[in-house]
Design a protein around this ligand. Structure first.
Ligand SMILES: C[S@@+](CC[C@H](N)C(=O)[O-])C[C@H]1O[C@@H](n2cnc3c(N)ncnc32)[C@H](O)[C@@H]1O
Length: 276
């Protein structure tokens, strides 16, 4: 079996980017890079045949490619993923990039940050890596997600990031205060969950997606409680779903914040909120 046969099987099952995905599967299984594929056009050896057919079966059953490969690239880091943890998205890299830019301007190198709904730990680890003298804490309710976060911290060799299990601010010491709070919380409105593409709907954890009836339930809680946990001059950074900006801005102003800035993602959709 060669790359084009894998691609053929994926295409037949309706996978849009069948060629690219077939190459990624083959590179992963053979432990080679794309150039080697183009130059050598290798055949899957007998010893790997069952593994490849198993991966094709999983992918044609719509399991996300990233779960098959076991990792994704996020902000220049390799982040391990698998069933039970949300796959980090490119939009979230914009959240990290924005946070890193603003934070470098405003705080000393030893600033403190709290990442609520940390999932794979991608945001917390990217901040910790960018600012080795900062101190970053991540919180998640899911023990599976936290297992990935810990493995990712280790794999990326960061020693200034800690993780805790719990419901939003619950595991945070009531006397603690942070310069930065960041979150990419679940934000899909409940009625929209069933319309998500099968890769997401059937495989990614519902608790990472379900934002309550209007998709805003996490923002109400985070924005409502954040002022208690922010140092004077502290910033709150949020990722949000399409069309949620107006309501989030209202919540922030009602909570006593003085300004709200919204940034668009690569598709031109309002995605990142910076609350001051
Ligand atoms: C949209 S995912 C974000 C994951 C990661 N931060 C990222 O950007 O890829 C939301 C995460 O929130 C977690 N979560 C859901 N409810 C929570 C709660 N009440 N308290 C803390 N974490 C929660 C889920 O387990 C999931 O990992």
């Amino acid at each position: 079996m060669k790359a084009r046969e894998i691609a053929g099987a994926l295409r037949k099952a309706g996978i849009e980017e069948a060629e690219r995905e077939a190459e990624e599967i083959l590179c992963h299984v053979l432990g080679v890079d794309r150039t080697a594929l183009y130059v050598l056009d290798p055949e899957v050896p007998d010893i790997k045949y069952r593994l490849v057919t198993e991966l094709i079966k999983r992918r044609t059953g719509r399991e996300p490619l990233q779960y098959l490969l076991g990792e994704v690239e996020f902000y220049g880091l390799r982040i391990k993923v698998g069933r039970g943890v949300l796959i980090p998205r490119p939009e979230t890299e914009i959240l990290v990039e924005t946070l890193i830019g603003e934070t470098a301007k405003r705080f000393s190198a030893r600033f403190t940050a709290l990442d609520l709904c940390t999932g794979s730990g991608c945001i917390a680890i990217a901040i910790g890596k960018a600012f080795p003298r900062a101190s970053v804490s991540g919180v998640d309710l899911s023990s599976v997600a936290l297992g990935f976060a810990l493995a990712n911290r280790e794999a990326n060799c960061v020693d200034n990031v800690s993780f805790a299990s719990g419901n939003l601010f619950e595991p945070v010491d009531s006397a603690a205060a942070f310069d930065v709070i960041v979150s990419n919380p679940p934000y899909v409105p409940q009625d929209d969950l069933k319309t998500l593409q099968p890769e997401i709907r059937l495989y990614e954890p519902m608790e990472a997606l379900d934002g309550g009836e209007d998709g805003l339930s996490f923002y109400r809680r985070i924005i409502g409680q954040a002022p208690r946990y922010l140092n004077p001059g502290g910033l709150l950074f949020l990722e949000m779903g399409a069309g949620q900006g107006v309501k989030i801005k209202e919540m922030a102003l009602a909570s006593g914040f003085k300004s709200v800035l919204i940034k668009k993602d690569y598709a031109g959709i309002e995605r990142i909120v910076i609350i001051d």
